[in-house]
Design a binder for this molecule. Structure first.
Ligand code: SAJ
Length: 430
């Protein structure tokens, strides 16, 4: 019986053991979903704290309650380790490691390379390897495949082992679209690779979307998030345009959004934050530049989005100036430093850029964020104000950077001497 047939049989019988490399906001939900589909799962992570928490039946990921983890651990369907040797007992391995930007905003795929080299040392006939981490087209076949073939000498992809790309589409904390019900795109190096990945992922996830190659799957994910970055850039440029025309950008965009077809609403804001949207398009942009092509929409959107913190600092300057004040020496309260509403994540948060720019101009900065009790950035440690309304009263200017739910925005509007509102949060009170 061929390696493919053997693996397909083990998948059908739920006898295939699945390894997940990287137990973060992508890997842990995926591990739980495979476990709940009846597969034995081995989670592998370099962070011993994550390993011990999971083995104790505790979750550290928003949206994955500990009960779901404990049930699998108690049922011997989930075990965590930092030892890649555990791959010797696994038939499939999904790579869910971070793909950040390096210092020069170029792709940092070092975590993928490290995982690929460790996996290759344990590769044997009948194994499926699937890369999930968002990356530039070509990573699967140009980075992972050669390492597998070189280290596991003589094994042939599509015959002895199988290799795919399947992008993660996890939106942390979201309850309507989850790992199990979000359609899963899969591209295989060969048809046999695709067939096996479709069988495995299809056993745990409602809908599989097959594409013709790993590159098509890699590009699909980058298109999804580049689409957002470019349209958010467009929304921010609409703000700049409306500013010049003396129009309310939010009024215009909300009115345009009443069009029931052919329009999709994006709103202006303080800039582009998060660990996905500001990062993923740069992976595509970098790859295209190596091929001698400059993707202008991506570059322009990045330029507009990155200029938004400076735009809002000028708005603070203008507002203070009208009151005969300067930024220098003024007390400015920033409400909401997280990268978007109702999250605690500070990665690439535009509020941090705004705070840096204001401090450079001599402002006295205070902040309040119910999701972020304290943070350290650029050697500076700030703590969220204990008394929000007192902080609002005593500020020369309030800048709203994240419109979190649960705030008494009406009272804030009433008590603030002046407000620069990057999210039009107070629009209904004006
Ligand atoms: N933003 C705007 N205007 C908008 C939308 C977003 O300024 O109209 C800002 C946000 O404040 C944030 C940044 O852009 O700073 C990114 O916003 P986002 O809503 O795209 O948030 P993310 O980074 O959490 O995006 C995730 C992505 N999920 C995955 O990559 C799997 C994205 O693909 C989802 O579409 C998005 O969540 C979502 O829809 O919530």
């Amino acid at each position: 019986m061929s390696a493919k047939q053997q693996l397909l049989q083990k998948i059908a019988a739920r006898e295939a053991r699945v390894a997940i490399i990287g137990l973060g906001y992508v890997g842990l939900p995926l591990a739980v979903v495979f476990g709940e589909a009846g597969f034995g799962v081995t989670g592998i992570d370099i962070d011993e704290r994550k390993v011990s928490q999971l083995n104790a039946g505790a979750s550290y990921i928003e949206g994955i309650p500990s009960e779901r983890v404990a049930r699998l651990v108690d049922g011997d369907l989930l075990v965590a380790t930092s030892d890649y040797g555990a791959l010797n007992d696994c038939d499939a391995v999904s790579i869910c490691v971070p793909t950040p930007l390096g210092k020069t905003r170029s792709p940092d795929i070092s975590f993928i390379v490290q995982a690929a080299e460790k996996i290759a040392r344990h590769l044997r006939p009948g194994m499926l390897v699937t890369l999930e981490s968002t990356t530039f087209p070509g990573t699967t076949t140009e980075i992972i495949l050669p390492r597998c073939e070189r280290v596991a000498g003589g094994l042939r992809v599509g015959e002895d082992f199988f290799l795919c790309f399947s992008p993660e589409r996890v939106d942390p904390g979201r309850e309507d679209w989850t790992t199990e019900n979000t359609p899963k795109v899969v591209g295989g190096v060969t048809p046999a690779c695709l067939e096996i990945a479709t069988a495995l992922y299809g056993a745990a996830i409602d809908r599989i979307v097959s594409v013709s190659s790993p590159e098509a799957a890699e590009m699909t994910k980058l298109l999804e998030n580049t689409f957002r970055a470019v349209n958010i850039g467009m929304a921010n440029e609409v703000l700049l345009i409306c500013d010049k025309l003396g129009l309310d950008a939010w009024e215009v965009i909300e009115a345009a959004a009443t069009k029931p077809f052919g329009f999709m609403k994006f709103l202006p804001g303080p800039g582009l934050g998060g660990h996905c949207i500001p990062v993923d398009p740069q992976y595509l942009s970098w790859k295209m530049r190596t091929l001698g092509y400059t993707p202008r929409f991506i570059e322009l959107a990045s330029y507009v989005n990155q200029a938004m913190p400076g735009y809002w600092v000028r708005k603070v300057q203008d507002a203070l100036n009208e009151a005969g004040k300067a930024i220098n020496g003024s007390r400015i309260l920033v409400i909401g430093v997280a990268y978007k509403r109702n999250v605690s994540d500070l990665r690439e948060a535009p509020a941090l850029d705004i705070i840096e720019l204001l401090l450079a101009r001599g402002a006295q900065i205070a902040y309040h964020d119910a999701y972020v009790p304290a943070f350290t950035h650029g050697g500076m440690t700030l703590t969220s104000e204990a008394d929000l309304m007192e902080a609002v009263r005593s500020a020369d200017c309030v800048l709203i950077a994240a419109d979190h739910a649960g705030y008494d925005w009406e009272t804030i509007h009433r008590l603030a001497h002046m407000v620069v509102d990057t999210r039009a949060t107070l629009k209904s009170f004006v």
